[in-house]
Design a protein around this ligand. Structure first.
Ligand SMILES: NC(=O)c1ccc[n+]([C@@H]2O[C@H](COP(=O)([O-])OP(=O)(O)OC[C@H]3O[C@@H](n4cnc5c(N)ncnc54)[C@H](OP(=O)(O)O)[C@@H]3O)[C@@H](O)[C@H]2O)c1
Length: 357
């Protein structure tokens, strides 16, 4: 394949895996806005609760005729053959975005890592895919618990520490991204697509379904609900879902884009986020003060969705990311953090999925 043709243009067809999910929905919107045709994969296209919003959003953009939804499962070899047939590009967004499970290998690692193999094999079989945007994570850059005071992590860093028992999500994201690079590099030069990975920090911004509020916006919902008596000493990097989605589409359409791109704008402690929210919503209640690490551990006040071994190391730990490559190479112009926070809250309230107190 000629290197100068490994990019997408308006009118080309993009397969978006995990189209109904939180990040996937935003990638579908950004792709339609860029004039692409979108073939989104979902596990069940007849599940209205998960898919209706995509049709509504396509209608709002006047782009219903450029959206298709097809069924595919990451764990079934060959399942993506139909979805990728004739596609010019792939945004591989689908994965299990959970930090804990009864059977961590089967429920979290396999859909991510076997998923890459299954999806990429179907893409290679199609023979028409010229560019791939792979949704990775900062979890593939560094184990969340391994921040080093004063150190800022870049695309040069790889998470080599996470293991299935302590940080299954970090393990799965790093293994899946390595599998994506290895698969691509093993393709014959004339069949090799241009691969970029998008490595976002915690994603916030508009939610469109109840299920979206159970992924990263859950952090904001916990603060609205007062799930903790005060703010756990947890440090986050944040990015707006629309900036993440725009970066996916940009890498697909820019023939010069290569490599990994960290997507992160604002950093802060959970208490900083609660203080921002208090300023944006005067008169509403958000947790005040910081919960001491020892009190949290002794009282068992931690998020049961995250492994205890990981929580012990996350508390009080500051991890910072350098996203200058996304600005300088891709031209990402990050939205103001207050807008992202406000729209996360407002869409959850409007959807009836969370209330302000
Ligand atoms: N949210 C964040 O803060 C964040 C940060 C960095 C990276 N990411 C990455 O972004 C991607 C999307 O995450 P998200 O936050 O948007 O979570 P999400 O809303 O749960 O989306 C995950 C998507 O993956 C699909 N999926 C899960 N298992 C599948 C399977 N066996 N076969 C086919 N599809 C399957 C889901 O489909 P169904 O609708 O059928 O369940 C869903 O559409 C993931 O790769 C995640 O690692 C997210």
């Amino acid at each position: 394949m000629d290197a100068s043709t490994r990019h997408l243009q308006a009118g080309d067809t993009l397969c978006v895996t995990g189209a109904s999910g939180y990040v996937g929905t935003h990638v579908v919107i950004a792709a339609l806005e860029a004039g692409l045709k979108v073939r989104g994969t979902v596990r069940d296209p007849n599940n209205d609760a998960k898919c209706d919003h995509l049709w509504r959003l396509a209608d709002e953009l006047g782009a219903r005729d450029r959206l298709e939804l097809v069924a595919a499962d990451l764990l079934m070899p060959g399942s993506f053959d139909e979805a990728l047939k004739g596609c010019d590009g792939l945004a591989h967004v689908a994965a299990v975005a959970r930090f804990s499970a009864k059977d961590r290998q089967r429920e979290i690692v396999d859909p991510s890592v076997e998923g890459v193999s299954n999806v990429y094999k179907s893409a290679a079989k199609a023979g028409t895919v010229r560019a791939v945007a792979h949704t990775s994570s900062v979890a593939a850059i560094v184990r969340y618990a391994d921040g080093r005071k004063g150190h800022v992590f870049t695309e040069q860093d790889w998470n080599t520490e996470s293991q299935i028992p302590d940080d299954v999500y970090g393990y799965a994201k790093a293994a899946a991204e390595r599998a994506a690079w290895a698969f691509t590099e093993a393709l014959d030069e004339d069949k090799r697509w241009r691969l970029c990975t998008i490595n976002p920090a915690i994603v916030i911004g508009p939610t469109y379904t109840r299920a979206h509020c159970r992924t990263s916006p859950q952090i904001i919902r916990d603060l609205m609900r007062g799930s903790f008596p005060a703010c756990p000493p947890i440090f986050f990097g944040f990015v707006d879902a629309r900036d993440v989605a725009w970066a996916h589409v940009r890498t697909l359409m820019d023939p010069q884009a290569t490599g990994r791109f960290i997507l992160c704008d604002e950093h802060g402690w959970m208490l900083d986020i609660a203080n921002h929210l208090r300023r944006l919503y005067p008169g509403k209640t958000f947790p005040k003060g910081r919960l001491p690490k020892l009190v949290m551990l002794l009282a068992g006040i931690f998020d049961k969705r995250i492994e205890l071994k990981l929580i012990r190391r996350i508390l009080g730990n500051e991890v910072r990311y350098d996203s200058s490559r996304s600005r300088d190479v891709l031209g990402v112009k990050y939205r103001p953090f207050d807008d992202s926070l406000r729209e996360t809250v407002d869409t959850m309230v409007q959807g009836g999925w969370a209330q302000l107190r």
